[in-house]
Ligand binder design. Sequence first.
Ligand SMILES: Nc1ncnc2c1ncn2[C@@H]1O[C@H](COP(=O)(O)OP(=O)(O)OP(=O)(O)O)[C@@H](O)[C@H]1O
Length: 314
Amino acid sequence: METTDNAVIDVRGLTCTYGDFTAVRDLDLTVRRGELFALLGTNGAGKTTTMETLEGHRAADAGRVRVLGMDPVADRARLRPRLGIMLQESGFAGDLTVRETVDLWASLTTNPRRTDDALERLGLADRAGTRVVQLSGGQRRRLDLILATLNNPEVLFLDEPSAGLDPESREAAWRFVADLKAGGTTVVLTTHYLEEAEALADHVAIMHEGRVATEGSVSDVVGTAPAAIEFTTVGLAGADLDRELRTVVDPVSLRITADRVRLDVADLQSSLGRLLRWADQHGHRLERLNASEASLSEIFTRVSHSSNRLEDAS
Ligand SMILES: Nc1ncnc2c1ncn2[C@@H]1O[C@H](COP(=O)(O)OP(=O)(O)OP(=O)(O)O)[C@@H](O)[C@H]1O
């Protein structure tokens, strides 16, 4: 039986250890049917360990993991045909050609997808006769993606699918994954490309030191951080300007360096409106004015500079 809320993956209190090192600690995750869930995080945050547990490649040391309502380790034989898995390192035989590899994989799969279209779309059609060992790293990555999706999986796990791909191949891989999602496949991916998460993900979770530090839609996650307004002032003095801006805008923080001002604000639209009205009324000129919402990359940087130690103490 599947869990509530259309969850195809439900993880509660997952803990994974290597010896006395805890790589994943008390992690909760919910992935809903048909969504693309991006697991982000610093190197060593625990993404691959979490993915391996979801894929049934390693058992949880504590906690409960359900994929399509099943235990990925205990129910592996029943679950595996419904999953697509692309690992960081592929382990298939390099002596076969691309075509032979795809055919071999397809022969082991019930109802495999047609592959010519996938080879074409991922730029491997003209490599069909090439031995896998002779492929470049990026070409192997694209072959891995095809093999992981041959069985039309209900849930597809992609561990850094676009690592090492050139920009054009990355775009092709993104379109390929987006089309699978449009066809109803639930996708969980890890990536270090934040623009990949921004382009594809319905839900992002940023992991740090074995835990999810923040999660939600990209706009939810980005919305948790203040926006920034920057400008250069002409003829306004430091202390007076500081006082006045705090009254006008009520910023989260304010920094004035020489004549450059940076305001971090909770509500960009209303703060900007108040600032511009104030400048108009007093005839102030705001030069090189720049206003921007926080980016995923800023959130990522904040998370990676934070520490779990405080939480551990609580
Ligand atoms: N086999 C292992 N033995 C001991 N420690 C391990 C082992 N595999 C991973 N770790 C440690 O567990 C932590 C989490 O590793 P994991 O590979 O899950 O992180 P990650 O988020 O996928 O990192 P990356 O982005 O670098 O791939 C790291 O500190 C890593 O050194």
